[in-house]
Design a protein around this ligand. Sequence first.
Ligand code: ADP
Ligand code: MG
Length: 593
Amino acid sequence: MPDIIHLLPDSVANQIAAGEVVQRPASAVKELMENSMDAGADFIQLIVKDSGKSLIKVIDNGKGMSETDARMAFERHATSKIKTAEDIFAIHTKGFRGEALASIAAVAQVELKTRQEGQDLGTCLRVEGSKVLSQEFCNTSPGTQIEVKNLFFNIPARRNFLKSNNVELRHIIDEFERVALAHPSVHFSFVHNNSELFDLPMAQLRQRIVNVFGGKFNEKLVPVEEKTPILELSGFIGKPQFAKKTRGEQFFFANNRFIKNAYLHKAVCNAFEGLISENTHPSYFLYLKLDPAKIDVNIHPTKTEIKFEDEKAIYTIIRTAVKHSLGQFNIAPSLDFETDQQFAMPTPPKGIQVNPPGILVDPTFNPFNDPKEKKGGGFTDKSHPASHSLSSQKANQDWESVLNSLPEIETESGIQQSSGIESGQDNIKNFIQIGKKYILTNHGEGMIVIHQQRAHERILFDKLYASVENNNIPSQQLLFPQNITFAAPDFQVMQSLMPVLRELGFDIDEFGKNEVVINGIPLYLEAGELQTVLEKLIEKEKDFADNGPQEHYKMIAATMARVSAVKPGISMSREEMQALTDELFATQSPYVS
Ligand code: ADP
Ligand code: MG
């Protein structure tokens, strides 16, 4: 039998390694930016085309490489960062495995230009699918720039596996944000398809967070600070009232490297317990500084999960420090009054079946029957205590007695009553607004309590959605066109939303950098809410699992309805209550918000 074992050629070995290091354009971005950080750069530019599918370019002003190092850098297990296995336990750099450049060059067309300070000429090296095509001297500024073109050009299966441009770009933005947040003292910029998404000058951490996530973030942040022998903790948490429905800005950094750790995440959530509702998520930006020897770094380079030696102690320190900050900034007691009322949807406890409100009409009821018989009525449907079932006869009596007692109730603040002009007449509806939140009115033979905001939401949703379905979208021109500016990444989302918004009755166009101008809006929308509507839409759009245009329209219509609906605290006239109630019962499902 001949021998059958042979060594794989380097190019094949590198491609296999690349599968682990480079899963998508964002992984290459991460590796390249980390190399620039390790090279001591304080200005790093990221230039990307087609969500990294055709170009990823990173330019830094770091220490550069010598001619020989430039060549060596592309060899597997070639690193300047460790010499012995023990060094791994004292690692202060991002990389140390010497795999990234070799892996990237195995699956892309790479051009490296690098020059060390003090050298007249730099080195230009071109590598394609692990093959060095050329190496020559060149003019280039001090530092390093690497162009990665046509990622996975030689592995079509991997290339086809990439997600849509939106998704891949989102991954790149995530990586960029993580590196940028870990290093506020470094100037970063990010240009995608010739438009600048971020320009983040050197700053203090708080300013960096605001520069990344937008001006409104400043008021949301509360500092966290704790020094213990095993851990120095610093950073910010978001105030509870800004907790979001979607998992948003949650960042842990260990020794300036972004990490994920479910256990420590629980520590933060635990500190927030009772301050935010169960289905919302707190924001945090927490920086852990600890002895590198106490962290298990001997894990895969692209994995962000890391292990700590004193995990329990770290948990307690984080939880306590976050609680302390929440208390110190007096956030806990004021919470009850600051929760976002607009979106407060009471949710029933798990496992409890909620019956939709229903009205049972007694079909045998005859108003001309002997009044004595009525006395025998009452709440007949005893088997259905949860449903609001009323015997119609008793209901009528009760209703009358409610109305008779109204003048007294009226004096109480927050209750408005408007009854029919001649209350003896049939078909006259009576309306009472309670706590500027609920409308009480007669309905059929009984009465009904309507949550004004949710009713209005339902009406608006139906109208907006119906207009799309019928392809008949009433729009109103704005007297004063509105201009709205967005943070650059949000503007990208806005751009992709614009065609759909036009179909929903918006007259909206791009207007200069990161700005839109709105000339017209759907008939049912309030111009005053425009900015909020668009911001909410962008937030929803980011989390939208693309499951078809119908669902997309629904999501947009629901978001617009929610923002524009009349809020609790608004008093309504009789006419308004009448209109709202009539419109509500003209919708397809008046009982469901
Ligand atoms: P690692 O970062 O794990 O050492 P890489 O493959 O990412 O492995 O890089 C290999 C080596 O190339 C690095 O150790 C470093 O010496 C050099 N290098 C890579 N990128 C840069 C850069 N932007 N500036 C200077 N040196 C770099
Ligand atoms: Mg590296």
